[in-house]
Design a protein. Structure first.
Length: 229
């Protein structure tokens, strides 16, 4: 009985200790609400929106104008280059007659170098000559240069400085044009004796005399054949 009493006392003592311990609770962090008001982006008025829209359109128009300006500058530079190329350096024309057949047919496009106005023997040149009071565009082959002496023999051969020229690619004789040029003909400074390849029908220095340097437009570079259908 004494033992049971002691056990009850111990049990009451333990219960008393447990009841005296404070309850454990985890700390709670409380977020206090801020008194500062939330900043809201003000809405633009209708007039401000129109102004913003107009500003964007003006910026877009300015960019388009700059692009157009840049394009016009490039176009102007390109046109100047073309003008210099085709009016100062390179010339282009069509073959006006059958004088240079079979090398060049009538209607073929002829490209010539304008700066080459001091041709050599056998160069084919483009020149202008006044014939019967009218300036005429012509094409011919240089057969003699300044200082040379030219003569056409009784056998219809071309003689330069006492030497008969051998022309394997000329398929006709070279007759004189009576009463047009007096032979032997010695060329002066800046004078050239020019013959066409079609010797029987073409018009050349046998008819109107030497071609001067001032009458030469340039030396032919190449030709573009006219397409025949």
């Amino acid at each position: 009985m004494e033992t049971d009493h002691n056990d009850n006392e111990k049990k009451d003592e333990i219960d008393s200790i447990i009841s005296e311990e404070p309850d454990f609770k985890p700390e709670e962090t409380l977020i206090e609400p801020s008194d500062d008001p939330v900043e809201e982006k003000p809405e633009l008025s209708e007039s401000a929106q129109e102004a913003e829209k107009l500003k964007k359109e003006l910026a877009k128009d300015e960019k388009s104008f700059k692009n157009l300006q840049r394009f016009l500058i490039y176009l102007a530079v390109f046109l100047v280059i073309l003008w210099v190329m085709f009016f100062k350096i390179i010339g282009i024309t069509h073959m006006p007659s059958e004088d240079m057949e079979p090398r060049i047919d009538a209607g073929d496009l002829v490209l010539f170098y304008r700066l080459a106005r001091k041709p050599q023997f056998q160069d084919v040149i483009v020149f202008e000559k006044v014939v019967d009071g009218k300036k005429t565009l012509m094409v011919g082959r240089v057969m003699a240069v300044p200082g040379d002496t030219v003569e056409i023999s009784a056998g219809n051969s071309v003689i330069v400085n006492g030497n008969v020229l051998v022309e394997p690619k000329i398929y006709s004789m070279t007759p004189k044009r009576e009463d047009k040029v007096t032979y032997p003909l010695t060329l002066g400074e800046k004078q050239y004796f020019v013959l066409v390849d079609n010797r029987l029908q073409g018009m050349d220095s046998r008819y109107f005399g030497p071609v001067t340097k001032d009458e030469i437009l340039g030396t032919i570079i190449t030709i573009i054949r006219r397409i025949k259908f």
